[in-house]
Design a protein. Structure first.
Length: 255
């Protein structure tokens, strides 16, 4: 598939804020072994908005170690473009998406990374489909699975999160949590339900970075948790159904 068609397909479903996106910036920390006292250098990564002035010693508060993006008067956030999306798809630079917009959301997700990860994700998927709302399972980059819902128009974030909590309740997740709190409750994205000017909110690492897809990560899976073949990933993605907000509203009324 030509790169422009892949970009267009991706942007047609993963619709989020376009005035900002996040990246993972690496940094080095010194860790000390509590037993031996030996010090080692370890690379970590911090998710932050992609800013034109990041790394500029004269402008960037993070580089100066004086604060964060929210306190900075010199932040100039980069916007989402076809080039940015292609860098994500090609594996050159992972893109973190901020999905909550003033109008609402065009996609939502739940993150399953504890307990019976795939079984829980599949149970949520199956119940949602039974309710008339299709959704799809992707394997995460590191561990666990994400379930994604797509919409043809904007829906209210609080209505989406309420729907997901209904699914969790019906499947007994909250009762299980009371007995085995270490398993926890799957995270729901967006985490914020109210758009606030000047605030960014939590981002989400979305799938379809092709180098990781070839490794069976960051990709769509079948009902046996097996990653689809690379040549099947894009046709499968393009065929996914997005839910009309009117249909979603009807389903909410019935719950």
């Amino acid at each position: 598939m030509p790169w422009k068609k892949k970009v267009d397909a991706f942007r047609a479903k993963f619709i989020a804020r376009e005035d900002i996106f996040g990246v993972r910036n690496p940094y080095i920390v010194t860790e000390t072994n509590a037993t031996t006292g030996e010090k080692t250098l370890k690379e970590k990564a911090q998710v932050m908005p992609c800013c034109t002035n990041y790394g500029d010693q004269s402008l960037c508060l993070i580089t100066q170690r004086k604060g964060g993006c929210g306190d900075c008067d010199h932040k100039v956030y980069k916007t989402v473009t076809d080039e940015v999306v292609w860098k994500h798809l090609s594996g050159e630079q992972e893109m973190i998406m901020f999905m909550l917009r003033r109008e609402g959301i065009r996609f939502g997700a739940a993150d399953f990374d504890k307990g019976n990860q795939f079984e829980d994700a599949k149970a949520v998927r199956d119940l949602s489909v039974k309710c008339g709302i299709p959704c799809y399972i992707a394997r995460s980059t590191q561990k666990g699975y994400h379930v994604y819902w797509f919409f043809t128009g904007y829906v209210k974030a609080h209505e989406f999160t309420s729907y997901i909590r209904y699914l969790f309740e019906e499947l007994g997740f909250y009762q299980r949590w009371a007995v085995t709190p270490e398993i926890g409750i799957p995270e729901v994205f967006p985490k914020q339900t109210l758009f606030q000017d000047g605030k960014i909110g939590n981002g989400i690492k979305v799938p379809m970075m092709e180098p990781r897809m070839r490794e069976g990560r960051n990709c769509w899976v079948d009902d046996d948790a097996e990653p689809l073949e690379l040549e099947q990933q894009w046709p499968y993605f393009e065929a996914m159904q997005s839910v009309p907000p009117e249909l979603f509203a009807e389903v909410l009324v019935k719950q």
